[in-house]
Design a protein. Structure first.
Length: 183
């Protein structure tokens, strides 16, 4: 399961993007990542990778000597998925709330960074949030989640450029409110 440091990286849109790209490819060099993410300055890329390696989120799986330099090959060293087994036991509720708090804090940090930027244009920047109450049985909820995932999957391979910007799309499904929610 992701620890607190791993969650920090997932809540940051740049490091989250790097982790997704590394995980998607299995193994990757810094040069390959620079080509995949040309909008991330090289010095920042090296700094992010170094920090993720130091914190144990990444591991070096190979080193290659190229023209007298050592090129490291990175892989993800943590499970990016939350294992339901990690949310069992007597402190499951507290762990679940901690994970959600970290998730929500990451979103809040992104919105704070955005709102502290000079010249934001809320109406045209493509940012927003909404809440829609829905009455769904378990199968309808599963179907909705699958449909939403299919829509998101259509855009996972998009690269920045040509008007495309890195954006995070977050979805939260709250638990039912209790017996009265069945009415």
């Amino acid at each position: 399961m992701l620890d607190s440091k791993g969650l920090d990286y997932i809540s940051n849109p740049v490091t989250c993007r790097l982790l997704v790209q590394i995980d998607k490819r299995g193994q990757v060099t810094t040069k390959e990542l620079a080509a995949i993410c040309p909008d991330i300055p090289q010095t920042s890329l090296y700094r992010y990778l170094s920090r993720m390696l130091r914190d144990g989120v990444l591991k070096v799986v190979d080193e290659r000597r190229i023209r007298g330099m050592i090129e490291r090959v990175f892989a993800v060293n943590v499970a990016l998925e939350i294992d339901e087994k990690d949310l069992e036991g007597r402190d499951a509720a507290a762990k679940y709330y901690q994970l959600f708090s970290k998730f929500a804090m990451g979103l809040m940090c992104q919105f704070l960074e955005y709102t502290e930027t000079d010249g934001i244009d809320i109406a045209n920047d493509g940012s927003g949030f909404w809440l829609t109450p829905l009455c769904l049985d378990d199968q309808e909820l599963d179907d909705l989640a699958a449909q939403m995932q299919a829509l998101v999957n259509q855009h996972l391979a998009n690269e920045p450029g040509g008007g495309r910007k890195l954006r995070n799309v977050a979805v939260v499904v709250t638990p039912p409110r209790g017996p009265e929610s069945d009415a």
